[in-house]
Design a protein around this ligand. Structure first.
Ligand code: 5GP
Ligand code: MG
Length: 179
């Protein structure tokens, strides 16, 4: 792991909380019938938990499941290859799936996963990310719901990690490499 610090806060806790409620207002407004929220682990866990709590305000009661995909390993750039480590167990035939990830970067992860879940027979698969690094896309892909646009630098916190560290930060911080 390279020498680094994570002192610079990019998006604070209160700003995230407001945006999460805003996203859920938009999602609930499209009144999905048979909603299943599917989170991509591990990065989405905190975002997904807050999204779920926010659905309560709309009296929406989604089912929930997770899938685990291969990660970046110890690096900070995507290989473009996506592998399923643990698949969903929930029945999603005919369901309206909301696929949740922490950050949309090259686009490979969500493009792959959206196709996978559509193939399982979901009626619709919409995608929701907290962060969108638009400038870093290598394939054409846009999320249906995105919390914040971020520039092309490596970020951690609120579920996002560097070498599986810093997921506990209640805010999004920028990783500054010192070497
Ligand atoms: P994509 O397949 O769109 O390139 O990558 C999405 C995945 O890359 C995310 O689920 C996330 O795990 C990881 N990722 C991309 N950018 C960052 C970043 O700035 N920080 C962290 N911690 N993970 C990132
Ligand atoms: Mg991830």
């Amino acid at each position: 792991m390279r020498a680094h610090d994570v002192k610079e806060i990019l998006i604070d806790k209160a700003t995230i909380a407001r945006r999460v409620d805003g996203l859920v207002d938009d999602i609930a407004a499209e009144s999905p019938g048979n909603l299943v929220v599917v989170g991509i682990l591990k990065g989405s866990f905190m975002f997904l938990a807050d999204l779920m709590r926010s659905f309560y305000r709309h009296d929406v009661h989604p089912r929930i499941d997770f899938l685990t995909l291969s990660s970046y390993g110890s690096g900070t750039s995507s290989s473009g290859k996506v592998e399923i480590i643990h698949d969903i167990r929930e029945e999603i035939v005919g369901a309206d799936v909301l696929l949740v990830d922490d950050i949309l970067d090259t686009g490979h992860t969500l493009a792959f996963t959206k196709k996978l879940l559509s193939g399982y027979g979901a009626r619709s698969v919409r995608t929701c990310v907290l962060l969108d690094k638009k400038a870093h896309r290598t394939i054409e892909f846009e999320a249906d719901y995105a919390g914040f646009l971020v520039d092309d630098h490596f970020v951690v916190g609120y579920g996002l990690d560097y070498n599986n560290l810093y997921r506990e930060l209640p805010h999004i911080a920028k990783v500054r490499f010192l070497d």
